[in-house]
Design a protein around this ligand. Structure first.
Ligand code: NCD
Length: 306
């Protein structure tokens, strides 16, 4: 039985296979529409979510399966003091697969060690968010046609942004990928990711706080929200939240075929006027997220179309 806790749990070949399945689902949805009849996914969200939870649920319904779960810790027995391990053991009796989000780093791994069904990490604190990365990878493949020879700018909260951490992990495997890390000093990428992933793999990277200067060299610009919920004080958040705002003026310095990505929700990081530019891909990421989660659920349940 497999779980997905960290994006590196999947080999590059397995990621290619998931993308192939997602593309097949996009082209032949009928082939998959009843494939998980009688199966259930539990979505256990101890932290708020719109896209991730709903996309797992939409994914399961589109595969003909069913959904149970909760969308906040307050509506589960956690509020009575139940441990995560007990909750997972209980839900393992009801569901065939579990997607969970939790504010504590490492919680999904603990869950996987105690579950009798596959666990999908839908975000563990400021640590990882592998299924957002799968959505990002499908988007990159469909929009740019490749994973190699790309200069990727990651902008905003690189310290707490778990989608950034997982994406760097995934992209570090490909040839001639370069990272431009754009953040204020207080929100730089954690040293452990810089050392253990970027430097260890011999990947070229630079760090800057200047978005406008960085834009012209990028093939992909990945914007992120400053993660308010992980700050220890409101003052710091207020001071940093609007450090970067991508508007048409700044975007005009970018390549014609650059793509702009964002895991969403956005606050002010991307002006609404950018939405109509052909380079804006963040709503495509949302849709791709549903298809790649369908592919992932099928893989973890070891179900293939006839
Ligand atoms: C991200 C997350 O939860 O980490 N959202 C998402 O799942 N698409 C990004 C964020 O909350 O800023």
């Amino acid at each position: 039985m497999r779980s997905l806790i960290d994006i590196s749990d999947l080999s590059a070949k397995e990621i290619d296979e998931l993308i192939e399945t997602a593309n097949d689902i996009i082209e032949n949805p009928k082939k998959y529409s009843e494939i998980l009849h009688g199966k259930k996914i539990a979505t256990l969200f101890f932290e708020p979510s719109t896209r991730t939870r709903l996309s797992f649920e939409a994914a399961m319904y589109e595969l003909g399966g069913n959904v149970l779960g909760f969308s906040e810790a307050a509506s589960s027995s956690t509020s009575k003091g139940e441990s995560l391990i007990d909750t997972i053991r209980v839900v393992s009796c009801y569901a065939d697969i579990i997607a969970m989000r939790h504010p504590k780093e490492g919680s999904a791994l603990v869950a996987a060690m105690n579950a009798s069904v596959p666990i999908i990490n839908a975000g563990d604190g400021g640590h990882n968010h592998p299924t957002q990365t799968l959505a990002d990878l499908l988007t990159i493949k469909r929009e740019k046609g490749r994973f190699d020879n790309l200069t990727i700018g990651l902008c905003g909260d690189l310290k707490f942004g778990r989608t950034v951490h997982s994406l760097i992990n995934a992209m570090s495997r490909y040839e001639n990928v370069k990272f431009v890390l754009i953040s204020p000093d207080e929100l730089v990428l954690p040293e452990y990711i810089k050392d253990d992933v970027i430097i260890k793999n011999g990947i070229e990277f630079e760090e800057t706080d200047d978005l406008e200067k960085a834009i012209p060299k990028l093939d992909i610009l990945y914007m992120t929200r400053v993660q308010q919920e992980r700050f220890f004080n409101e003052e710091d958040y207020v001071r940093l939240k609007d450090t970067y705002i991508l508007d048409m003026n700044k975007l005009s310095g970018g390549k014609e075929d650059m793509i702009v990505m964002h895991p969403l929700p956005r606050v002010n990081e991307i002006a609404v006027e950018v939405d109509n530019d052909k380079r804006a891909c963040y709503f495509k990421q949302v849709l791709n997220g549903k298809y790649i989660r369908m592919a992932l659920i099928l893989k973890l349940l070891e179900v293939k179309p006839k």
